[in-house]
Write a protein that binds this ligand. Structure first.
Ligand SMILES: CC(C)(COP(=O)(O)OP(=O)(O)OC[C@H]1O[C@@H](n2cnc3c(N)ncnc32)[C@H](O)[C@@H]1OP(=O)(O)O)[C@@H](O)C(=O)NCCC(=O)NCCS
Length: 146
């Protein structure tokens, strides 16, 4: 398995996986937003990026992250916003490898922290996450502004 940054040629395949992820999340992301997300991911001036997992020369999963500042730490914080593995390639360690890749990347680049949210009822994902670190006590408040 190879894990690497997204490249312009990944767009079609990423959009397939993104559609699967949105269906799983029961989310409707307008096409203009998806297009803007892809554009931002490829723009080195925007602190949003995707790590692609390539298995048998096919992109089989991705982790989309945003780097941001934090008041409690000096180095950047990495927010893992979206994690998805092609259903045909699951249980082969791809999600675990994507998380380990982010940890290694963060250590080499001086990030202070990696964090993510989980659906409390997503037992499969939580089993994976719990093997890295226990969940903390915080809950999420989310106010739509537009
Ligand atoms: C959750 C998801 C990312 C896991 O991807 P994956 O590549 O299959 O995961 P891995 O093979 O790295 O599995 C790692 C561990 O997760 C747990 N796990 C993952 N899928 C599981 C399943 N179907 N049943 C039971 N445990 C599971 C296991 O503990 C597994 O370790 P093991 O194989 O040594 O037992 C994938 O199922 C997915 O994309 N789901 C839909 C999107 C999603 O839920 N994203 C996360 C949002 S919070």
């Amino acid at each position: 398995m190879i894990i690497r940054d997204a490249e312009p040629g990944d767009e079609t395949r990423w959009r397939q996986l993104w559609a699967g992820y949105n269906a799983y999340q029961e989310a409707v992301v307008p096409d203009a937003v998806t297009a803007a997300t892809w554009k931002r991911v490829l723009d080195p001036a925007v602190p949003m990026f995707i790590r692609m997992a390539v298995l048998d020369r096919k992109v089989a999963g991705f982790a989309l992250c945003v780097l941001h500042e934090g008041s409690w730490v000096a180095g950047p914080i990495c927010y893992l916003e979206d994690l998805f593995v092609d259903p045909a390639a699951r249980r082969r360690g791809i999600a675990r490898a994507l998380l380990e890749d982010l940890m290694a990347l963060g250590k080499s680049r001086g990030w202070s922290r990696l964090y993510w949210h989980a659906d409390g009822g997503n037992e499969n994902a939580r089993k994976l996450y719990d093997s890295f670190v226990p969940a903390d006590k915080f809950v999420r408040y989310r106010l739509s502004l537009g």
